[in-house]
Write a protein that binds this ligand. Structure first.
Ligand SMILES: O=C(O)CCC(=O)C(=O)O
Ligand SMILES: [Fe+2]
Length: 271
């Protein structure tokens, strides 16, 4: 499937949508930290999946209660975060933020099982929001979350430029076997209530990974639906967006005030 070769930048210049920078490759893999317990989680039946854009962008408000977000932000502040180089490698998106990355299957499992995420996504009403008709017909099933846990901190002036998230094939499960990632998971730990201004995750519908025909683009424009979907980071909210071949061009907009914190993983398919 061809990737689009250009997209409009803020300044109206043509630029090539980039892949996200995979992060430092030569850094020694850190040990999983002793993540704080998930205290004060709402009852397992609470998390409600809501659609921002059908089968593309979904959110769960108050996935983490405010107090747990605060505990995590305090804990994460003590991790050895590294500022990404402002000059990315060729073909990688400009991303200016502080980051920590760790392979932690145990934490990924806790996030999947102990938060009620698994139950929520497996409910029939959620399945219809998450999966397309053909996927439902094929009996699609999520396996869990990617053990590749990424922490992002954006302070004033930091951002993650326009890019597409790749789908990755990772070896997980027992016995270990290849599984594909399908949705990016972003968990916002801070929001406007912490003084965060800006830092929206913005998606561009008119520049999808799979190019639309002129007719489809016209229809989209005529539908009156917004072409840009801007999601304001909300403290404790989880966001899922489809990635890989069907990823929408997106960016983490510049933070104008406050500190935006994110825990990132991916939803992994059963087969
Ligand atoms: O920080 C954001 O809002 C977006 C993060 C993102 O696009 C990514 O992790 O790939
Ligand atoms: Fe992304």
């Amino acid at each position: 499937m061809p990737k689009p070769t250009s997209a409009s930048s803020k300044k109206g210049k043509k630029e090539v949508p980039q892949k996200p920078d995979p992060g430092p490759s030569n850094a020694a893999a850190p040990e999983p930290p002793r993540w704080p317990p998930f205290k004060g989680l709402p009852p397992l039946d609470h998390p409600q999946l809501e659609t921002v854009l059908s089968h593309q962008i979904l959110t769960i408000s108050r996935f983490f209660p405010s107090s747990l977000c605060n505990t995590y932000v305090q804990f994460l502040s003590n991790l050895p975060l590294t500022t990404t180089p402002s000059k990315p490698k060729r073909g990688e998106a400009v991303r200016v933020n502080d980051r920590f990355q760790v392979q932690d299957p145990t934490f990924a499992k806790r996030l999947w099982l102990d938060t009620g995420l698994k139950e929520t996504l497996e409910r029939e009403d959620s399945r219809e929001l998450l999966w397309k008709t053909d996927e439902l017909a094929a009996g699609v099933k999520a396996w869990g979350l990617n053990p590749n846990i990424r922490i992002y901190r954006y302070t004033k002036g930091q951002f993650f430029d326009k890019h597409f998230d790749d789908s990755n094939t990772i070896t997980v499960g027992s016995p270990p076997s290849p599984h594909r990632t399908i949705y990016t998971l972003l968990l916002y730990l801070t929001g406007p209530t912490d003084g965060v201004v800006g830092g929206e995750t913005a998606f561009y519908r008119n520049e999808p990974y799979i190019p639309l025909s002129k007719k489809e683009l016209k229809e989209l424009a005529a539908s009156g639906q917004p072409q840009t979907i801007s999601v304001q980071p909300e403290k404790g909210m989880a966001l899922l967006h489809r990635h890989g071949d069907e990823c929408l061009l997106h960016e983490g907009k510049e933070v104008l005030a406050g500190v935006k914190w994110i825990i990132r993983s991916d939803l992994v398919l059963e087969v």
